[in-house]
Each structure stands twice: as structure tokens, then as C-alpha cells.
Design a protein around this ligand. Structure first.
Ligand code: S3P
Length: 185
């Protein structure tokens, strides 16, 4: 992960705002975020990676050893710290935006972008990578479906919603960049 400030000044109208990507597991927040940051010439930060670094443990192990509540406190601390550190593209874990504190700070200090994805796509993508404690037990379709019911109304309060079906990464980046431009006016 590259946390260094960009060595070249942004060439495309520099975005001074932190852009926070929200959405369910498998929405593509990290891969799209990394590419978007490059496009905007700002740093990319993955909140889950930062939580793992701060704890010296994997997300799986944090859940296993300390439980979800402890994970959520760590997640909150890490995100508040990142939001205080200057512009970046921040990919958040799927549960982060559900926390009222986190959501309020994001509202005040950043632009939030919800990557809205249908269930089949989420299922297909999450089946390719493990390390997601919430999907370890039960039927992933049911778990994700329930999370969609609970979370989509909250994600819908993000500043920008981007439908993220099977578009290429470049297409997604240009959709988000256009929406961000529109949002400035
Ligand atoms: C979670 C999503 C995960 C990770 C943790 C909990 C959630 O991140 O933060 O497993 O509550 O949806 P991704 O959305 O990046 O997979």
C-alpha cells in the first residue's frame, strides 16, 4: 500500500477533499479506490489495512480474539485519524458508515461515495476472497441480503451514489470523477 503523498502535483484540477468510498463487502471499494486515487493524484488508504496494521492482527483474528464490538471501536479510531490527516481516497470496511459518529465526521470532513452493487455481483466477488468474518457462517446470500436490507438505506445517505455493476475499473473511476466534478458546482 502506498501511503506516501503524491510526488507530483495533481494534474487534473486537484481534489482537496477526502473521498470516502462506502458499500458492502465485494463492492470494489479497494480496487476502485486505488485507481481513483491515482487518477486524482492523491493518496489511497484502505481502512481495513490500517486497522490490521494498528492491531498487528488480521481482521479475522481481531473478530475472533476481541469480538466485533472491539473491531468497531478500532475501526472508528482509525477512520477518525485518517480523516484528520489531509486529502486521500479512503476505502472503508462495509460496516464503518453504519456508525453514527463515523458517518457524521465523514459528512463534515469528506465526500462520501456509495458503490451500489447487486447481490449476485457481491456474491460472486466475495466468494473469490476470504478474510471476511461476517461471511464465515451461514449462507452468504442470506447474510449479504440481510446486510443489504439493513445498510442500503443508510448508504443511500452518502453524497454520491454510483451504480457499480460490471463496469470496468476505468469506467467506474470516470463515473466517480465526473460525479465529484458535478458535486463541486
Ligand atoms: C465488514 C466488512 C469488511 C471488514 C469487516 C467487516 C462489514 O470490509 O471491515 O470484515 O461489516 O461489512 P470490506 O467491506 O472491505 O470487505
Amino acid at each position: 500500500m502506498d501511503n506516501k503523498p503524491p510526488s507530483n502535483p495533481p494534474s487534473n484540477g486537484a481534489d482537496e477533499r477526502t473521498i470516502v468510498l462506502v458499500g458492502l463487502m465485494g463492492a470494489g471499494k479497494s480496487s476502485i479506490g486505488r485507481r481513483l486515487a491515482k487518477h486524482l493524484g492523491i493518496r489511497f488508504i484502505d481502512a481495513d489495512d490500517e486497522i490490521e496494521k494498528a492491531a498487528g492482527l488480521s481482521i479475522d483474528d481481531i473478530f475472533e480474539i476481541y469480538g466485533e464490538d472491539e473491531f468497531r471501536s478500532g475501526e472508528r479510531r482509525v477512520i477518525l485519524r485518517i480523516l484528520d490527516e489531509g486529502p486521500c481516497v479512503l476505502a472503508t470496511g462495509g460496516g464503518a458508515f453504519m456508525d453514527t459518529n463515523v458517518r457524521d465526521i465523514i459528512k463534515k470532513n469528506a465526500v462520501s461515495v456509495w458503490l451500489k452493487v447487486d447481490l449476485d455481483t457481491l456474491l460472486e466477488r466475495t466468494s473469490r476472497r476470504g478474510g471476511r468474518p461476517l461471511l464465515k457462517t451461514g449462507d452468504p446470500a442470506k447474510v449479504l441480503g440481510k446486510l443489504m436490507d439493513e445498510r442500503y438505506p443508510v448508504y443511500a445517505t452518502a453524497d454520491i451514489t454510483i451504480e457499480s455493476g460490471n463496469d470496468t475499473l476505468d469506467k467506474m473511476v470516470s463515473k466517480i470523477a465526473n460525479a465529484l466534478e458535478g458535486q463541486k458546482n
